[in-house]
Design a protein around this ligand. Sequence first.
Ligand code: ADP
Ligand code: COI
Length: 426
Amino acid sequence: VVGPRQSINLLHLRPFTLHSNHYHRGHSTNRVEYRAAATITSERERARTVAAYYNQPAVEAAAKKKSVRLTPSAILYHGRSEDEATILRSAQYLQKEMPVRVAKRIIAFRDLPFIVGCNPIILGVHELYLRAFNILNNFPAINTKEDEVSYSQKLSELLEDHQDVVTQLASGFRECRRHIHNEELVARFLDKTLTSRLGIRMLVQHHLSLRENKPNYVGIINVGMKLKEVIERSCQFVSRVASHKYGRVPLLKLSGHVNAVFPYIELPLDYILPEILKNAVRATVESHSEIEVMHLPPIHITIASNEIDFIIRISDRGGGIPHHLTKRALEYNFTTANDGATSSPPAFSGTSSPEGVFSNMMEAVNPNPVGGPMHGFGFGLPTSRAYAEYMGGSLEVQAMQGIGTDVYLRLKHINSPGASFSSFRI
Ligand code: ADP
Ligand code: COI
């Protein structure tokens, strides 16, 4: 039986490179003997690696348990007193909940088609989750403040270790595109994996933020979130990136309910908004020639907030999305980022260079709290839509071919009198 320690050690092994590594590392003068020894070692290691994937009874047991999801309104009203007892209880809840959620992710990796699951990058993420499971599942019971402190330390390390999971998945799936016969199955895997991950990260961030006791926040919930400020933050970021990349940026104009203030979680907005704005800016710049720099049409951002939900519409005049591509724009790994023109045929990332229009810059300055850079991977729209739906909302893209694109992001308020009491669970 492969125990947790072994599977942690296996993290950096790539099963498909084991053989070649062993052949090239030694200094034996006796080639035959060396080869024989190398073969035995590598076979033993391969057997251990393989066992690490399917000999995990603890994962299976945990994955069968039901996940206990929290409603933000419950968090808001029950988690207000950030005293030691609340924080200890919060850590104890996570200690029960995290292995269940992480185990369900591992099972999903196992269920991928063989050739996809074997991709070294995807396998690397699978290993990352196995490692996280073993760390979390073997953590001793949390009874004291000291226990809680060391558990929280582990959690923040894990957040950091998993920082690039979205980018890794984006590049892994791009690599094995040609082996994917059932697009629907992969899209379902990614929707589920990415949204569960968002939920896991929100829970962990919530716990860690509770300890910080920031004024105006209950954990990750900003009790008086000024939507305008959140949008402006994304606008500034995208403008900075675009100005570096293109040397010109369209104006981003905000109107509507610009004074809207309500409790909400910034984390998903800080992911979704830059993705949509980046697309609008790119389309605007690329559909207008250099001499039109003074006349780049502005991007209009309109906010509406009502009793039930809030809506953000982002309208650009970047020419729209050609009819034959409108559906595909929301597919994972669909991008036109490499051919530099939205009207060109689709450049599926499986056959094109990894350099998206924004990729280099984004890697340098990306403040993305949910994942690393993922531009030019064709992950922005589908991931944003999945996140919006996970948060009880929607993301719709309306193209006016020849003119521009309107994107509508609708999200339910955490606790609206007009809606059912809990609009979503994390
Ligand atoms: P990426 O930005 O990495 O290409 P996305 O999923 O964000 O990935 O977008 C997928 C594709 O949809 C883009 O490459 C582009 O062709 C098209 N698209 C998205 N938003 C717009 C827009 N506002 N105007 C024109 N085309 C767009
Ligand atoms: C992720 O970010 O992929 C996670 O699931 C984080 C968790 C292991 C702390």
